[in-house]
Design a protein around this ligand. Structure first.
Ligand code: XLS
Ligand code: NI
Ligand code: NI
Length: 443
């Protein structure tokens, strides 16, 4: 990969220096070129940079304006500024050694005064992105449409009570699918930030769900008609900005997809902070998706245990990530998905250098977790414990239960005549937690 321009003049491409390095701008665990099981770490982990946080984030919060001013954000012509911003982004992707990026349509190109003008802006930036992808080798993990910022979407996009808004959203997603395909996007994400309701007093929940299903059906049909081969992903989130969102968590989204016969077209993009907002752990959501063969991709971030909203922080919690990685590896990996840093700098982290520290920390934590999870799985102790816990279903009457040979009558007979009272067995949680720590903190 060759470097294009210089918006980060004081920062070189980040190198792997090993666990003993004290250089804060080096990787200690992520060695992109290291081959493990015939694939490089870069190919295993498929890190991706989220354009909206890394290059559109300004540090605003409900209590104050922007704190982050990037030197490349200069000029009055919004399309020209967007091009320079994209140059800076691709320089960053290369320097941080991320093989992928992700965007919303409105992140990369300014919205115009009409849909036609917005599309023209997007076309200009897509042409630029195509050149940049070619020059750098960085690829598109997924594209998506922003159906939540513009005031027209204040009451939802596909679930808006006004069919006119539905139509506008459909037109916007059609274009977003076109450009995702043009850039070779490997997936396309649907995150329904405003697909939900604030109050049932003004809402017909059944109609809104029917409308959402109709929208997704049109997306499937359109993708089919243009030969888009990328994977469709639903990104569940229980709330925020909407009080109640329909894609609440993986389980409810599976039920929704199956209700409308859409399940074979979708997998899940699971975001850590969304899992915890739904009252689940990150690995719970991964396991639920994996159990149905629907694990697609990860939005890598974390919340703050003391705050009840989507704070989108970089995740450096190696224990949490190791548990998640174990679930991902047991599921056979992420396929066309990846680990996308849907995470933003804290409001006072205002320097371009902070972008590097944030992503280095996130990438290193995932790389270490990947190595630890592989070790735990290869060691086999945890796996053997779980297998043994269910072993009574592998033979005899236990197997008959699963093969349909047993019934309430036959089992009653067995208990009365032979089995009697079961012998309780310890779940050994504390032993297992200690075992986990021996891998996380070896001496
Ligand atoms: C917001 C979501 C969003 C999606 C893409 O909470 O995480 O960033 O990933 O629309
Ligand atoms: Ni996300
Ligand atoms: Ni989020």
């Amino acid at each position: 990969m060759k470097l294009v321009r210089c918006h980060f003049p004081n920062i070189a491409q980040v190198a792997y220096e090993g666990p003993r390095s004290s250089n804060p701008l080096a990787f200690r665990h992520y060695n992109p070129d290291e081959v493990i099981d015939g694939r490089t770490m870069s190919e295993h982990l498929r890190f991706s940079i989220a354009y909206w946080h890394a290059f559109c984030g300004t540090g605003t919060d409900p209590f104050g304006p922007r704190t982050i001013n990037r030197p490349w954000e200069m000029g009055t012509d919004a399309v020209s500024v967007a091009k320079v911003r994209m140059d800076a982004a691709f320089e960053f992707f290369q320097k941080i050694r991320a093989p992928f990026w992700c965007f919303h349509d409105r992140d990369i190109a300014p919205e115009g005064r009409s849909l036609a003008e917005s599309n023209r802006h997007l076309d200009k930036l897509i042409a630029h992105a195509k050149d940049m992808q070619k020059a750098t080798g960085v690829k598109l993990l997924w594209g998506t449409a922003n159906l939540f910022s513009n005031p027209r979407y204040m009451c939802g996009a596909a679930t808006n009570p006004d069919a006119h808004v539905f139509a506008y959203a459909a037109a916007q997603v059609k274009k977003a699918l076109d450009v995702t395909q043009e850039l070779g996007g490997e997936n396309y994400v649907f995150w329904g930030g405003r697909e939900g309701y604030e109050t049932l007093l003004n809402t017909n929940l059944k109609r809104e769900q029917d409308h959402l299903a109709a929208f997704l059906r049109m997306a499937v049909d359109y993708a089919d008609s243009i030969g888009f081969k990328g994977q469709f992903l639903i990104e569940p989130k229980p709330k925020e900005p909407t009080k109640h969102q329909y894609d609440f968590d993986v389980a409810s989204a599976i039920a929704f997809l199956r209700t409308y016969g859409l399940e074979k077209h979708f997998k899940f993009n699971i975001e850590t902070n969304h899992a915890t907002l739904a009252g689940h752990t990150f690995e719970h959501e991964i396991e639920v998706a994996a159990s149905q063969g629907m694990l697609g991709s990860i939005d890598a971030n974390t919340g703050d245990p003391l705050l009840g909203w989507d704070t989108d922080q970089f995740n450096t919690n190696v224990k949490e990530l190791t548990l998640a990685m174990m679930s991902i590896l047991r599921a056979g990996g992420l396929g066309t998905g990846g680990l996308n840093f849907d995470a933003k700098l804290r409001r006072p982290s205002i320097d371009p250098e902070d972008l590097f520290h944030a992503h280095i920390g996130g990438m290193d934590a995932y790389a270490l977790a990947f190595k630890l999870a592989r070790r735990i799985i290869a060691d086999g102790k945890l796996g053997a414990f779980v297998a043994e816990r269910y072993a009574s279903f592998d033979t005899g009457f236990g197997r008959d239960i699963l093969t349909g040979k047993a019934s309430f009558r036959s089992l009653e007979k067995l208990v009365l005549s032979k089995l009697g009272e079961p012998t309780p067995r310890s779940g050994r949680q504390e032993y297992l937690e200690n075992l986990l720590n021996t891998y996380l903190h070896p001496v």
